[in-house]
Design a protein around this ligand. Structure first.
Ligand code: NAP
Length: 307
């Protein structure tokens, strides 16, 4: 079978598509015939050797997938051959950019029938990340105000929709080209970070969701109410300048239960995936160049396989 692999860490040109044996599912695992597989910023961190969770090369890239169960490994009772599923391969976030992949059964869920394989493959890590930021680490409640840094990004687009569904007031921090986009997703207030500083433009907020990091994250501590929460998926630096607020960093934990919650929102039409550039597996290196800044459509980059 074909797989997108690296044999050493480095720039996008270390990514090769090559033939490897089809993997075998162990206990608790599923062999998936992959229909589509996502590509996200953490794949670039893995390729560069900057991920704290991935194994050393050689390895197959990719975490997000949607496809059909080809074989259930020993002791798997939740899924069977022929089930259409979506989710993540394993806690190392590897192995999905291939024609067949092994996934932990407790990290996938049945694919929502309303979503195509491409749409489903675009969602798992980013949708679960946004869910965990808001509800598990941010303890978001109706009528609170949340400011989202990087709101036009892939995690941000889910965070806007989930926050709106839950009755929060949403402030999105984006550049000018993305203002109409985040308004269409439901954001009531938008700050253009190219023309104003958000700390001058917004009233104190209950929650900041950070998908940007750096000095943007640091400045955001200034807009939090006392007792507020800053949830970052980019930086674990402490916020010593504001001892009266809580700051959290975490790695997304994709599970069947969390995916099922997300699936119900997809099925009811309250959550919409944002698919960007679609590429064949052979163009996976191009996908990695896009992660590095090469032009691409807004939304998630997805690879199409087996078809
Ligand atoms: N810890 C975890 O488990 C976890 C899980 C998922 C993602 N992540 C991380 O979260 C980050 C975001 O992921 P993603 O998939 O959403 O990436 P993405 O789609 O590239 O989104 C990032 C967004 O931030 C915007 N941005 C950049 N600088 C900004 C600034 N100063 N102010 C406001 N917005 C700014 C970017 O747009 P412009 O540059 O055009 O403004 C882009 O829209 C990545 O670093 C990723 O690795 C971590």
């Amino acid at each position: 079978m074909k797989a997108a692999r690296i044999h050493r860490f480095g720039a996008p040109d270390v990514v090769v598509v090559e033939d490897v044996p089809r993997p075998t599912p162990a206990a608790g695992e599923l062999l998936i015939r992959v229909a589509a597989s996502g590509v996200g910023p953490w794949d670039a961190l893995i390729r560069e050797g900057r991920s704290k969770v991935s194994p050393t090369p050689p390895l197959t890239l990719g975490s997000d997938l949607s496809g059909v169960v080809e074989e259930a490994g020993p002791s798997v009772s939740e899924f069977k051959r022929g089930d259409e599923i979506y989710g993540v391969t394993n806690p190392q976030f590897c192995g999905a950019n291939a024609q067949y992949a092994v996934a932990h059964a407790n990290m996938v869920a049945l694919r929502p029938s309303r979503l195509s394989h491409v749409e489903a493959a675009s969602a798992p890590v980013i949708a679960v990340t946004a869910w965990q930021m808001l509800f598990e680490h941010g303890n978001a409640k109706p009528d609170q105000t949340v400011m989202i840094l990087g709101a036009a990004g892939n995690v941000g687009a889910y965070a806007i929709q989930l926050a709106m569904n839950a009755g929060l007031q949403v402030i999105s921090v984006v550049r000018s080209k993305d203002i109409e986009y985040v308004k269409a997703l439901g954001s009531q207030t938008v700050v253009n970070y190219q023309s104003s500083e958000f700390q001058d433009a917004v009233r104190p907020v209950d929650l900041v969701l950070d998908t940007v990091g750096g000095e943007t994250r640091k400045r955001s501590s200034g807009v939090l109410k006392s007792g507020g929460v800053l949830v970052s998926v980019v930086s674990a630096d402490p916020m010593s300048e504001r001892p009266d607020v809580r700051s959290v960093f975490f790695y997304a934990e994709v599970s069947t239960e969390r995916l099922n919650r997300i699936s119900r929102l997809f099925s009811s039409g309250r959550l919409t995936p944002q698919v960007g550039t679609l590429l064949p597996l052979n163009d996976v290196r191009t996908a990695h160049e896009m992660l590095g800044g090469a032009p691409h459509k807004r939304g998630k980059i997805v690879l199409e396989l087996n078809g």
